[in-house]
Write a protein that binds this ligand. Sequence first.
Ligand code: HEC
Length: 171
Amino acid sequence: MKKHSKGRRNLLIVAAGTAAMASGLATLLVLSRLPGSAAGALLRPGDRSVVSLGNEIYAEHCASCHGRSLEGHPTWQVRDAQGYLPAPPHDETGHTWHHPDKLLFDITKLGVAEAAKLERYQTRMPAFEGILTDEEIIAALSFIKAQWPERIRERHDEMNRHLQKRQGAGE
Ligand code: HEC
């Protein structure tokens, strides 16, 4: 009988230990997401190593069209002779920051047509799936976001939070 109750106590201790470990793991997971990223966010403009990788990727894969300083093509709002839109700026004068992280990611990875569900949309913006990894795409976009003024970054964070809440509510 004594042995039995000791056994039960041990079982309880193991159970309590497992619960503590699980909650410790959850805390770790939450913490590991913190550096440089806000709620509902994929981009990590506050993480210096991500931003510095993104700077290299941007220079190699994006700057030729979107401009070394994110300035875009000078006539980006006017379609060219073939009917294509030139590359827009990624700085605060463009509308990149009007889109939440997930959409920016999808546009870059899958292309504008797929991301915006526009079947026959013609564009010069390449889809980077198979060229860049997901991490590299996130890095390039994080670099872009890190260049925006503080107030634009805050409005963008707010947009991500808002979207996360709506999706959380099943809308
Ligand atoms: C060959 C030229 C070219 C390259 C290279 C290029 N883009 Fe683009 N990008 C465009 C064009 C053109 C558009 C406008 C798309 C449209 O609506 O036709 C665009 C649009 C975008 C948009 C949507 C912006 C908005 O305001 O809606 C994002 C995001 C974007 N590009 C990200 C990137 C990233 C990140 C890279 C590098 C990994 C990149 N692009 C490389 C030409 C390019």
